[in-house]
Design a protein around this ligand. Structure first.
Ligand code: ASP
Length: 326
């Protein structure tokens, strides 16, 4: 029987009774309204701390492995910045082709390895369910940073935090999701998460071939939210409070011709915004390609760059929570 090593990295000083201590964040499904209020409260505190002092030592001595099997700019760098702003360290593995993955190592073995060295693992992977698989083997908290066309829970949390900070509320809103609702994982998570709030109406605008998946619509229907599908934006835009635009996910198309057919299905321009409410906000998980014209960027309703900044505070909150410091 092999000797079981006692970890030299015992979590001294962690609040092991903290509600999210040691938990994985794989999907938005487990989050209740009370959880969301708590996370947004912590994120708000993080914002104040970053604005006042920049970097502080809440996670000093903790290490994050940032394991990215798919391209990322915002998610990977904001998790790194979040850990470093909290005084922790990061092992970034973004170029998996330079790791043992290129030698054929399986995902379970890779996460088992990293779990020997770090306290928390953030993973992005092209397959649905990959984060859950990683969590099974890690023995350390795993945070899903996007599993193929599945979910992107931390994006949905930061999206809701953005709405709260920008609109001053998360209830009684008409949210319109536009673009690639089939492959866009952020809208799958966001639609689910919005069911926790009151008075939300959801409109989905997409080409016929990129409609919101049935399982997401069924979950929304079970919670009793009004939802409707459209192929054009003009009818729903005047009533919209939050316009959530998405990129057509080229990397998920098997047939490039099908991608070419829908790639420019919708383009938000200043002319389009002229037909929207003055207090509406435009969000986008980014990167944008052609779906929002750069001419919209100076419009005060364009919230997509501010949205990135809110992401830092939410990811700081989540790291602190799963590591027992919040
Ligand atoms: N950055 C987001 C994601 O990883 C959105 C996108 O790629 O279009 O899902």
């Amino acid at each position: 029987m092999p000797r079981k090593l006692k970890s030299p990295y015992l979590p001294f000083g962690d609040q092991q009774t903290a509600p999210w201590y040691g938990k994985d964040i794989l999907s938005v499904k487990p989050f209740t309204r009370a959880d969301l209020d708590y996370i947004f409260g912590v994120a708000h505190d993080m914002r104040i701390m970053v604005e006042r002092i920049g970097t502080f030592d809440l996670l000093k001595g903790k290490i994050l492995a940032n394991l990215f099997y798919e391209p990322s700019t915002r998610t990977s760098s904001s998790f790194m910045a979040a850990m470093q702003r909290l005084g922790g360290a990061v092992i970034p593995i973004s170029e998996v082709k330079y790791s043992s993955v290129a030698k054929g190592e399986s995902l379970p073995d890779t996460v088992r390895t990293l779990a020997c060295y770090v306290d928390v693992i953030v993973i992005r992977h092209p397959e649905v369910g990959s984060a859950a698989l990683a969590a099974k083997y890690a023995g350390k908290p795993v945070i899903n940073a996007g599993d193929g066309a599945g979910e992107h829970p931390t994006q949905a949390l930061l999206d809701c935090f953005t709405i709260r900070e920008e609109m001053g509320r998360l209830d009684n809103l008409h949210v319109t999701m536009l673009g690639d609702l089939k492959y866009g994982r952020t809208v799958h998570s966001l639609a689910r998460l919005l069911t926790r709030f009151n008075g939300i109406t959801l409109s989905y605008v997409s080409p016929e071939s990129l409609r919101m998946p049935h399982e997401v619509m069924d979950e929304v229907a079970e919670k009793g939210l009004p939802q409707a599908e459209h192929t054009t934006l003009d009818k729903v835009l005047p009533a919209t409070d939050v316009l959530y635009v998405t990129r057509v996910q080229r990397e998920r198309f098997e047939d490039p011709l099908l991608y070419d057919k829908v790639r420019d299905a919708y383009i938000i321009t200043p002319d389009v915004l002229a037909g929207a409410k003055k207090e509406m906000i435009v969000m986008h998980p980014l990167p944008r390609v052609t779906e929002i014209s750069m001419a919209c960027d100076e419009d005060p309703r364009a919230a997509y760059f501010r949205q990135m900044e809110y992401g830092l505070f939410v990811r700081m909150a989540l790291l602190a929570m799963v590591l027992g410091k919040a």
